[in-house]
Write a protein that binds this ligand. Structure first.
Ligand code: ADP
Length: 554
C-alpha cells in the first residue's frame, strides 16, 4: 500500500510539473511575442520617420545587428536591404505585410523558416513617397526555446523528481502509519481515520462473534474430553486419510501410544493388519468389527465411517474390553463340554447295565448287584446335577439369597452330624472344636462350604484318619479351618483344585463319589462372602484349608 501511494503521489507530482511547465512556457511565449511585436512596431515607426526625412542616407552607418531593414519602392522593387544586395532580391509587392501597409499604412506578418526552428516577425510602414519600410526580427519558436532551456529544465525536473520522491515517501508513510498501528484486538479504540469506522465496527462485531463461537467450541471440546477421558472404552477419531484427530486415554493405553500420536497416521501408531483392513472397509462406507488379542487382553474393535455432505469424511474407532466376556465364554464352553462328559460316563454305565438286564443276560443272583450299580451311577448323576445347579446359582452372584446371622460352631456340628455315615464308613474321626462365632452370611452357602471341606477331608483321608474342624475369631474375621490327616495334595495341583472338574486323581475321586465341583462351589461361596481361602497341604501327610470371613461383609 505504501508503494502504491508513493507511486501515485510521484506520478501526480510529475504530471502537475509537466502541465505547469507547458502552461508557463505558453503564457510566457505569447507575452514575450506581444512585447517583441510592439517594440518592432515602435522601431519601424521611428525608422520610417528617419527614412522619410533623410532618404537613403538614413541607412549610412546604421547598425542593424538584430534587425533586418528593407526599403521597398511603391512598385515592389527592393531599394535597400541590410542583409542582402537589393538587386538580387525579388519583387516584394506580394508580401502580406507590404500589401497590408500599402492599404492601411501599417502591416505585420509572421512566417516560419523552413526548419520551423525560427520565426520571423515583419512590420511594415508606408512612407510619404508611397514606398514601404520594413523591419523584421527573428524570433525563437517554442521548440527552440525548449531546446535552449533543456538544461535548466532538466535540472528543475531532477530537483522536482527528487523532491516529489522524498515528499511522496514521507507522505505515503504518514498516510499508512495509522493503518499499520491499528489495534485490531480492540478495533473500537482506534482513532485514526473516520472513514475506517464502519470497517472497524464490522471487525469488532465479527471478532465478538468469533470469540463466542470459540468459547462454545472450547466448551464442547471440554465436555467431549471429559466424557471420553472417563470412558473405559477406547475412542479414536480419524480423518479420511487415517490421521488421528482425537484419542482418549483408554485408546492410548490399548494402542500403546501417548498424546503425541495426535495428527499422526494410525498406521504409524499401530501396525495391526486387522485394524488397517477395518479402516479401509470404513473408508468405503461400511461398518467393520473384529476381536483382536492385545497384550493386555482381548478387545473388540468397531470401526464406523463418519459422513459429511454425504461423503465419508473420516472414521470412528471404538475399542471394547471383552477379555472377561471371552473368558466367561471360554469357561462356559469348557464347562458345557465337561458337564456333557461327566454325565455321559454314568449314563453309559446305567444304559449298559440296564441293557444287560433287559436282554436277560444277568443271572437272578446278580440282579441286586446290577441294580445297585445302576443306583450308584444314578446317585452320582444326581449329585453332579445338584452341584451344577448350585454352581449356576452361585454364578448369578447369590444376590437373591437372604443374609442372616449364622453361628459357625453349631453349623459345623450340624455338618459333622450329616456326614456321620460317610465318616464311619471311611473310618475317619471328625472333631469340631473352637468357639461359637456369629457372622452375617447366607446359611446355605456357609453350610455348603463347611460341608464340602469336611466331605473332602473324609473322602481323601486314610483309614483311621482324623478331621479337625476349628472355629475361631480374630482381628481380621471369623475363621473356619478344616484340617485332615489324609493323602494331601502335591504342590503342582494346589493351585488348580479350585477349578471346575479338576481332580488330582480322577478315578479315586469317582470312587469316593466326587463330582470335581466341590471346591469350585467353596471358592464361589467364599467369594460371595468376601472370604479369603488359604490352603496348606503336604502330600501323604494331610491338608489344611482355612477360610476367613471378614467382620464387615460385602
Ligand atoms: P471332588 O468332587 O473330586 O472331591 P473337589 O472340587 O471337591 O472335587 O476337589 C477337587 C480335587 O481336589 C479332588 O478331586 C481331590 O483330588 C483334591 N482334594 C480336595 N480336597 C482334598 C483333601 N482334603 N485332601 C486331598 N485332596 C483333596
Amino acid at each position: 500500500m505504501t508503494k502504491r501511494i508513493f507511486r501515485s503521489i510521484c506520478t501526480v507530482a510529475l504530471i502537475v510539473f509537466a502541465a505547469s511547465l507547458i502552461l508557463i512556457m505558453g503564457v510566457l511565449y505569447s507575452y514575450f511575442s506581444q512585447v517583441q511585436k510592439s517594440q518592432l512596431k515602435m522601431q519601424t515607426n521611428l525608422a520610417a520617420q528617419g527614412v522619410n526625412r533623410e532618404g537613403l542616407e538614413y541607412f549610412d552607418g546604421l547598425s542593424t545587428e538584430n534587425y533586418r531593414i528593407t526599403w521597398i519602392a511603391a512598385d515592389g522593387a527592393v531599394l535597400y536591404d541590410s542583409k542582402t544586395v537589393p538587386s538580387e532580391m525579388e519583387n516584394h509587392l506580394e508580401r502580406e505585410e507590404i500589401v497590408e501597409a500599402m492599404q492601411n499604412g501599417y502591416g505585420e506578418s509572421a512566417r516560419y523558416s523552413v526548419t520551423l526552428m525560427e520565426r520571423s516577425l515583419y512590420s511594415a510602414k508606408l512612407l510619404n513617397d508611397g514606398s514601404v519600410l520594413r523591419l523584421s526580427i527573428s524570433q525563437n519558436t517554442v521548440l527552440t526555446l525548449l531546446l535552449g532551456m533543456a538544461q535548466p529544465i532538466c535540472i528543475v525536473f531532477i530537483i522536482a523528481v527528487v523532491l516529489s520522491m522524498v515528499l511522496a515517501s514521507r507522505l505515503s508513510k504518514k498516510v499508512v502509519r495509522p493503518l499499520n498501528e491499528l489495534n485490531l484486538d480492540e478495533p473500537l479504540s482506534n482513532e485514526g481515520y473516520e472513514e475506517l469506522n464502519p470497517l472497524l465496527k464490522r471487525i469488532d462485531s465479527q471478532q465478538r462473534e468469533l470469540k463466542r463461537q470459540d468459547a462454545e467450541l472450547r466448551h464442547k471440546k471440554e465436555e467431549f474430553d471429559a466424557v471420553t477421558k472417563s470412558m473405559n472404552e477406547g475412542l479414536v477419531l480419524l480423518n479420511e486419510k487415517g490421521t488421528i484427530l482425537s484419542i482418549n486415554p483408554s485408546a492410548m493405553r490399548l494402542l500403546g501410544t501417548d498424546s503425541g500420536c495426535v495428527r499422526k497416521n494410525l498406521l504409524e501408531v499401530n501396525r495391526n493388519i486387522k485394524i488397517q483392513e477395518m479402516l479401509k472397509t470404513a473408508f468405503h462406507g461400511e461398518n467393520a468389527e473384529a476381536v483382536i488379542e492385545l497384550a493386555e487382553g482381548t478387545y473388540q474393535f468397531d470401526v464406523n465411517p463418519a459422513y459429511e455432505d454425504g461423503a465419508v469424511s473420516g472414521a470412528v474407532l471404538l475399542i471394547f474390553d471383552v477379555t472377561e466376556k471371552e473368558k466367561a465364554e471360554e469357561m462356559r464352553r469348557e464347562f458345557t463340554a465337561n458337564v456333557s462328559h461327566e454325565l455321559k460316563t454314568p449314563l453309559h454305565s446305567i444304559s449298559g447295565y440296564a441293557e444287560l438286564m433287559k436282554n436277560g443276560m444277568v443271572r437272578e443272583a446278580d440282579t441286586v448287584r446290577f441294580a445297585e450299580k445302576i443306583y450308584t451311577e444314578a446317585q452320582r448323576m444326581i449329585c453332579l446335577v445338584e452341584d451344577i445347579i448350585r454352581l449356576s446359582r452361585l454364578d448369578e452372584g447369590g444376590e437373591d439369597m437372604k443374609r442372616e446371622e449364622v453361628e459357625l460352631l453349631s453349623l459345623a456340628e450340624g455338618v459333622k452330624k450329616s456326614l456321620e455315615a460317610e465318616a464311619a464308613q471311611a473310618q475317619v474321626e471328625v472333631i469340631v472344636c473352637g468357639e461359637p462365632v456369629v457372622i452375617s452370611g447366607i446359611p446355605q452357602l456357609l453350610n455348603g462350604i463347611v460341608y464340602n471341606l469336611c466331605d473332602n477331608a473324609i473322602k481323601y483321608n486314610k483309614l483311621g484318619g482324623q478331621v479337625l474342624v476349628d472355629i475361631c475369631s480374630g482381628e481380621s474375621g471369623a475363621t473356619v479351618t478344616v484340617k485332615d490327616t489324609g493323602i494331601g495334595i502335591s504342590p503342582e495341583h494346589q493351585n488348580r483344585i479350585f477349578e471346575r472338574f479338576y481332580r488330582v486323581d480322577k478315578s479315586h475321586s469317582k470312587e469316593v463319589g466326587g463330582t470335581g465341583l466341590g471346591l469350585s462351589i467353596v471358592k464361589h461361596a467364599a467369594k460371595i462372602h468376601n472370604a479369603e481361602i488359604r490352603l496348606q497341604s503336604v502330600a501323604g501327610q494331610g491338608t489344611e484349608i482355612s477360610i476367613t470371613f471378614p467382620w464387615q461383609g460385602p
